[in-house]
Design a protein around this ligand. Structure first.
Ligand SMILES: [Fe+2]
Ligand SMILES: [Fe+2]
Length: 167
């Protein structure tokens, strides 16, 4: 996965670049989540992370389907934004001693990831529609819905359990 791809000249180039960006990001997320599953002491948060890890594997498969529908080879480009979010999450995880505060910190970091993904899939859907790639809107929308649901679930867990237990 390279940092620099072919120059982005057209909206189609931008669409493909964004697709490669999120393909890279989803792979990084599958590498980051197992550590968070291991570190959390909250069973509901662990279930949510585990559930979302499974979804993320399926999202990668879905992206490969999208590349295929566009007659493109599935490949990634380094996404410095997700690398930064994950690096920051790792830093916070290593800095927090209290396990309950750590749960709150991990839920917070996970929501930063979800919001990044929501913005990317939102853009991809808008570009796909504009470019007439109507056949890929369905799979992109399916993933967007999962990212939004994960974000909502993390808000709910934070408000009902995690933040209270950490306070
Ligand atoms: Fe994802
Ligand atoms: Fe996600």
């Amino acid at each position: 996965m390279g940092l620099f791809t072919t120059p982005i000249k057209t909206l189609d180039d931008l669409f493909l670049h964004t697709l490669k960006d999120i393909y890279y990001a989803e792979h990084q997320i599958t590498k980051a989540l197992p550590n968070m599953i291991e570190k959390t002491t909250n069973p509901s948060l662990r279930d949510e992370f585990s559930h979302h890890l499974q979804e993320t594997h399926e999202q990668i498969r879905r992206l490969e389907q999208v590349f295929g529908l566009l007659n493109e080879q599935a490949s990634g480009v380094t996404c410095e934004a997700i690398d930064g979010i994950i690096a920051e999450a790792k830093q916070v995880i290593s800095d927090v001693g209290d396990p309950k505060v750590l749960d709150a910190a991990m839920a917070s970091s996970a929501q930063a990831v979800e919001h990044y993904e929501i913005s990317r899939y939102g853009t991809l859907i808008a570009l796909a529609k504009q470019l007439g790639h109507t056949n890929v809107v369905g799979p992109l929308k399916a993933t967007l819905d999962e990212e939004k649901a994960a974000d909502r679930k993390l808000t709910e867990l934070s408000e009902t359990q995690i933040n209270r237990q950490a306070a």
